[in-house]
Every structure is written in structure tokens, then in C-alpha cells.
Design a protein around this ligand. Structure first.
Ligand code: HAM
Length: 423
């Protein structure tokens, strides 16, 4: 029998790569808090009905990509494919709709979609997302977009562009949808099989089909922005003004329709060149009908989510650095059992006082220990052997300039505290 492997489309993350995750997570948290968002966490699985009703029955996510299972009592659950529907459910269920508006939440979660894995696309993936409720003005859209933009800039990501569009509301979208259906019907024979189906279920999705034939036809399709009702048009024009006022660069891209059903009015994506086909590092938009659709009061909402592995690809493409792994302040090399016991005692007392220290736990030769100390970038080293134990004195070596200093073995903390690299 062969070795057991991880499930297809999942990832193992080691400390090197974790440095990127940590930088993204801390930057995202800090920046979201600058905008007054608080962290929320919801369950990894929810009732399947939540995503069917929230994300939409005819979306690819719900129709093809859900990980569903029955529990021991025959109830059907799904691993979350995204965060928005769960946040809305949590707000309704916990009565948060009577809190002061706007409500502002952010989350760092894993999500699950049964998709074909490729660079930037996996079956378990990680999202940083935000959701804001109770603010219907275009200034809320501009604020949320500016938060996403600031996070991306703070991560040092270059070659990224903000694409915005408006897909209207329940009043104007049916008219646009009809115009789109009429247009694509006249080209039905040239569409791919999936798009032929979409013609009846969700014609807007034909606009972002990657099939070259479909893309060619979509090029001359009617544009959403030409069909907006007065209110949606006004909202979109105001958003553009606000984005200009806050110096957020954007381009209007009428092909941005998004893959989830709950969107109304503003939709946007940050697209990064140079990271392959899965180039959308952030996607979001307004969803003014979702709260009501899930049984809550009528409360407008807007938010976005960023794919963390895609952000990492973009950071690497921009030569941006991960969060620094800490180097140990002190490495104690030891020879013999007694010296190892002393080393363990010292290292623990230093760790108790907040100093990152290491000692040999592999019973290696002195030469191998010193090589290891160098490899992990210890700032200082100390060698403990019979002689040092007998005299109570040892040489503290500064690894950057190779100078040595005799110190008292029982006064290492004090000695380190006075060292230049500790100040
Ligand atoms: P989404 O566009 O489905 O939107 O996903 C948001 C982001 O998650 C994508 O832009 C991408 O970076 C990342 N992503 C999606 N699927 C995968 C995957 N299979 N592998 C790796 N990364 C992936 C949403 O999820 C909405 N809930 C966003 C939102 C929040 N809209 C309003 N509020």
C-alpha cells in the first residue's frame, strides 16, 4: 500500500510559506481595524439551505462545487464555500440588526469549493473578507474599496488594477437580462455547452466565460451600465466621483459580473497581472437584498473577500517579503549530559523571560551544533562543557562580529540584557 497523500486541491503550509500568511493576516487585521471593522468567526459548516438561498441555486458554486454531507441525524450540511451568507445568518440569528449602524465585520476563514485545482485555485482555500451593513450610500462602497486597496498596497503588491461595474437592482436587471438573453440567443449555436445552459439560468455569467468563442461573442454584448435605472446610475456615478476624490484608481469593466447571485449595483475585482489565469486577488460588491432574502430585515450590505494564496502569488511576483521568522537570540551548545541539563535549565529560564533561546536536543557533535547555530541565525552562542560547569564561567560569542566575552553562567539573562543586539 502506498503512502497516504493529502486530498487533491489542499495544501500543506510550512513555516517559510506561513511567513507570507502571517504578513497578510496581520496586515489585513490591522488595516481593517483602522477602518473600524471587528473580527467575526462563524462555523466551518452550515445548513446546505443557507448557501442555496444565499449564494443562489443556479450558481456554479452551489450547483457544482459544494462539499455536502449528512450528519448522523440525516440533516444536510455543507462546508462553507464563502463567508458572506454565514455572516448574514449570524447577524440575524444573534439580533445584531438592532446594534448601531453600520455594522462592520471582517473574517479570516478557510473555504471549500470542489473546483479543478490549478495555480491560485484550490479546493480548500483561505479568505480574508469584510462585510458592512446598514450603509446604502456610495460613500460606503468607496470606503470598502479603499480598505481593500490599502491592504493590497501595504502588502507591496504591484501590477494590480481595480475593475468596477454596476449590475443594477431587481428593478433594472431583468430588463438588462432580457436584452442580454436576446443578444446571446442570436449566437446560441456558437456558445459553449455551459453557456447554452446559462442562457436560461444565468445569462450574465456568459460575459465572463473563459472560452475564446464565448468571449468573442460577449465582446459586442449589451453593457449593464446602459440599462441601469436612475437610482443605480446615480449610485454608480457618485461612486466614481468618490473614488476619484480619494485617489483610488479604477477602470470601468462591464465584463465584471461576479459568480454569486446576491450582488446588486456595485461589483468590483482587483486583478493582478503575472500570476496566471486565476488573477482575481479580491472580489466583492454590494448585496442590498441578501439580508431580507435570508429572513432578516431589509438592510443594505457591501463587502469583499481576498484569496490568501493568490495574494501570496502576487506578493512573490512583486518581490514582496514574508513576515520575518524570528532568529534565536542565543544558542547553547553543550557537551555531555550534565552540560545538556544545564543548557535546558538556562534556555527555559530565558524563554520564561521572553527571550528566544535554543540548545542542542539532537546530541550532535560540537562542530555540528555550531553549524546549526549559524544556520538558524542565532545572534549569540555559548558553549557549555565540563570546564564551564566547573568554573561557572563561559564565553558568550557575538555571531555577527565574532567577539567573545566571558560571562557568569548563572547571569546569562543579565549579560544578554546589556548586549548591543538586545537593546
Ligand atoms: P469570490 O469571488 O467567490 O467572492 O471569492 C473571493 C476571492 O476568493 C476570489 O477573488 C479569490 O481571490 C478567492 N478564491 C475564490 N475561490 C478560490 C479557490 N478555489 N482557490 C483559491 N482562491 C479562491 C466571495 O467569496 C464573496 N463572498 C466575496 C464578498 C464578500 N462579496 C461581498 N462580500
Amino acid at each position: 500500500m502506498g503512502n497516504i497523500k493529502k486530498p487533491r486541491g489542499t495544501i500543506d503550509i510550512f513555516p517559510d510559506e506561513m511567513g507570507f500568511f502571517r504578513r497578510i493576516e496581520s496586515t489585513a487585521r490591522d488595516t481593517a481595524e483602522l477602518y473600524g471593522f471587528g473580527e467575526i468567526r462563524t462555523p466551518t459548516f452550515e445548513e446546505l439551505a443557507l448557501f442555496k438561498r444565499g449564494v443562489g441555486e443556479v450558481t456554479d458554486v452551489v450547483q457544482k462545487e459544494m462539499y455536502t454531507f449528512e450528519d448522523k441525524e440525516g440533516r444536510t450540511f455543507a462546508l462553507r464555500p464563502e463567508g458572506t451568507a454565514s455572516v448574514v445568518r449570524a447577524i440575524i440569528e444573534n439580533g445584531k440588526t438592532s446594534d448601531a449602524m453600520p455594522l462592520k465585520y471582517y473574517y479570516l476563514i478557510n473555504c471549500f469549493r470542489y473546483e479543478k485545482p490549478q495555480a491560485g485555485r484550490s479546493r480548500e482555500f483561505f479568505q480574508f473578507g469584510t462585510e458592512m451593513f446598514g450603509a446604502k450610500d456610495a460613500s460606503a462602497d468607496a470606503t470598502v474599496i479603499s480598505l481593500a486597496d490599502m491592504i493590497i498596497r501595504r502588502l507591496g503588491i504591484k501590477n494590480v488594477k481595480l475593475h468596477i461595474n454596476s449590475i443594477g437592482c431587481p428593478e433594472c436587471r431583468p430588463i438588462y437580462r432580457q436584452a442580454l438573453t436576446d443578444y446571446f440567443k442570436s449566437h446560441e449555436g456558437e456558445l459553449c455547452d455551459t453557456c447554452k445552459e446559462r442562457l436560461n439560468t444565468n445569462p450574465l455569467r456568459i460575459l465572463d466565460c473563459k472560452n475564446p468563442e464565448c468571449a468573442k461573442i460577449a465582446k459586442d454584448a449589451p453593457n449593464t451600465v446602459d440599462y441601469l435605472c436612475d437610482e443605480c446610475k446615480e449610485h454608480f456615478e457618485t461612486l466614481k466621483e468618490y473614488l476619484k476624490a480619494q485617489n483610488t484608481e479604477y477602470e470601468v469593466d462591464t465584463r465584471i459580473v461576479r459568480g454569486l447571485d446576491y450582488y446588486t449595483k456595485t461589483v468590483f475585482e482587483f486583478i493582478c497581472e503575472g500570476i496566471g489565469a486565476q488573477s482575481t486577488v479580491c472580489g466583492g460588491g454590494r448585496y442590498d437584498g441578501l439580508m431580507e432574502q435570508l429572513g432578516g430585515p431589509s438592510l443594505p450590505g457591501i463587502g469583499f473577500a481576498m484569496g490568501i494564496t493568490r495574494l501570496i502569488l502576487a506578493m512573490k511576483e512583486s518581490d514582496s517579503l514574508p513576515y520575518d521568522m524570528k532568529n534565536p537570540t542565543l544558542y547553547i551548545a553543550s557537551m555531555g549530559k550534565e552540560a545538556t541539563a544545564k543548557a535546558l535549565e538556562i534556555v527555559l529560564s530565558l524563554r520564561n523571560r521572553g527571550i528566544y533561546a535554543e540548545c542542542d536536543i539532537c546530541a550532535r557533535s560540537l562542530k555540528a551544533q555550531m553549524k546549526y547555530a549559524d544556520k538558524i541565525g542565532a545572534s549569540y552562542t555559548l558553549i557549555l562543557g565540563d570546564n564551564e560547569l566547573a568554573t561557572g564561567k563561559a564565553q558568550l560569542k557575538n555571531m555577527y562580529n565574532s567577539t567573545q566575552k566571558e560571562i557568569d553562567i548563572n547571569g546569562i539573562y543579565e549579560a544578554l540584557s546589556n548586549e548591543p543586539m538586545m537593546l
